[in-house]
Design a protein around this ligand. Structure first.
Ligand SMILES: Nc1nc2c(ncn2[C@@H]2O[C@H](COP(=O)(O)OP(=O)(O)O)[C@@H](O)[C@H]2O)c(=O)[nH]1
Ligand SMILES: [Mg+2]
Length: 304
């Protein structure tokens, strides 16, 4: 996974250096930025690494690389261990998973992948909700996935109210015909304000409808933002925007098979407290797996 030039450069970086110098720390900062870290964050990371080396009297570059791996892994696990590794849903069903994100990141594909995963792995009864009503093709695309997978799709007409689609799916769950709604949403509308309004309306509907039986929500509500790993720092900007508009619970990182560098994952956690929950590495239904901070970090640093 993630095999690319950046991985090779990292490998060489540690392989070719015999001793630890200030120059190494400076070059490492640049390399992290190249790997899609934010500048401030790269500096902060290298500062703590420098400090660790000084305290523990580390002189060997292989050991340095190991320390960096530990540091980065800690960023991902942090105080949020329960949230990573795709365990977010383990505490309760029925649930609504709302998939958010800009056009082309892989929302519709990911919706289908999740439907298969939860059905086969967790023996759930998923329902796909076509809440991207902005484009006619989006509804058809989801229906095709549903047919192939043998999963029910709830859809309205093109141009219809997405909140009403989600409402109908919740109605189906409340009457016992499923226990997990995976809702696709629109990534772009005529204005950003319109998209935000639409998402907020879905929010209100899910919150209210999910509490139909009293004050406690009887349908869990989860918002996952889908981000395309190949878009680098742009993915971080998207996360900031969506998180500000409607509070996001986690991230699904797609296209990690396509030469993505992946450093943005550390910024998402460090700066926005957004854990990555799943990683997608291909277009097939099975190309999704729970995010593993240790494996990801080893891959990022070419240690695996
Ligand atoms: N290589 C690769 N392609 C993906 C992945 N996920 C989605 N795609 C492709 O990205 C394109 C856009 O996906 P789509 O689900 O329609 O994105 P949406 O606009 O967000 O709904 C399609 O060609 C998908 O097959 C992935 O993990 N890896
Ligand atoms: Mg789509």
């Amino acid at each position: 996974m993630g095999a690319n030039n950046f991985a090779d450069r990292l490998k060489n970086f540690f392989g070719l250096r015999k001793s630890i110098s200030e120059e190494l720390f400076e070059d490492l900062t640049d390399l992290l930025v190249e790997g899609d870290f934010g500048a401030a964050e790269a500096m902060k990371t290298v500062d703590s690494l420098r400090e660790t080396c000084r305290k523990e009297k580390i002189t060997d570059t292989a050991e340095l690389r190991q320390k960096l791996a530990e540091l980065l892994e800690a960023v991902l696990t942090g105080s949020n261990t329960a949230n990573v590794g795709g365990n977010v849903l383990s505490t309760g069903f029925p649930a609504v998973i709302l998939l958010l994100g800009v056009n082309g990141v892989g929302k519709t594909t990911t919706a289908a992948k999740l439907a298969q995963l939860y059905r086969d792995r967790d023996k759930r009864k998923p329902i796909l909700a076509a809440a991207d009503t902005f484009r006619a093709a989006a509804i058809d695309q989801l229906k095709i996935h549903g047919e192939r997978l043998g999963v029910r799709v709830i859809a309205h007409q093109h141009g219809g109210d997405p909140a009403a689609v989600v409402y109908d799916a919740m109605e189906a769950v409340q009457s016992g015909s499923g226990d997990l709604i995976i809702a696709d949403t629109a990534g772009r509308m005529h204005t950003k304000a319109a998209l935000v309004e639409e998402l907020k309306k879905i929010d209100r509907v899910v919150e209210t409808k999910g509490r139909a039986g009293g004050s406690e929500a009887d349908i869990r509500y989860i918002k996952w933002l889908v981000l395309d790993a190949t878009t680098g720092r742009n993915a971080f900007v998207q996360a900031e925007t969506f998180n500000a508009a409607v509070k996001v619970d986690g991230v699904i990182l797609t296209k990690y098979d396509s030469g993505a560098k992946g450093g943005v994952v550390y910024s998402l956690m460090e700066e926005l407290k957004l854990p990555v929950v799943y990683l997608c590495e291909g277009e097939k239904y099975g190309d999704i797996r729970p995010f593993d901070p240790l494996l990801f970090t080893q891959d990022f640093l070419s240690l695996a």
